[in-house]
Design a protein around this ligand. Structure first.
Ligand code: SF4
Length: 73
């Protein structure tokens, strides 16, 4: 299992992460991307992800124009 982290307040809602990993991300009514079923601590959203969605989320992290997605081992 890896951990995915999003600093959501800086999200510009570009939809790139949703395109890479639609099972993990969705655009919410406020126009920002939401990490589905995440825990929220302060402005940071966290969630465990399994191997099956790791590669697509690595791409989401790499392509996020705001660099607000991190994957931790
Ligand atoms: S790729 Fe980054 S900036 Fe774009 S919607 Fe996802 S989290 Fe927000």
């Amino acid at each position: 299992m890896s951990k995915i982290i999003q600093y959501r307040s800086k999200c510009i809602g570009c939809n790139s992460c949703v395109e890479h990993a639609p099972n993990t991300w969705e655009i919410s009514e406020d126009g920002k991307s939401t990490l589905k079923n995440a825990e929220k601590k302060g402005g940071i959203y966290r969630k465990e992800i399994d191997e099956s969605s790791l590669e697509e989320n690595k791409k989401a992290a790499a392509d996020c124009p705001m660099h607000i997605i991190q994957i931790l081992p």
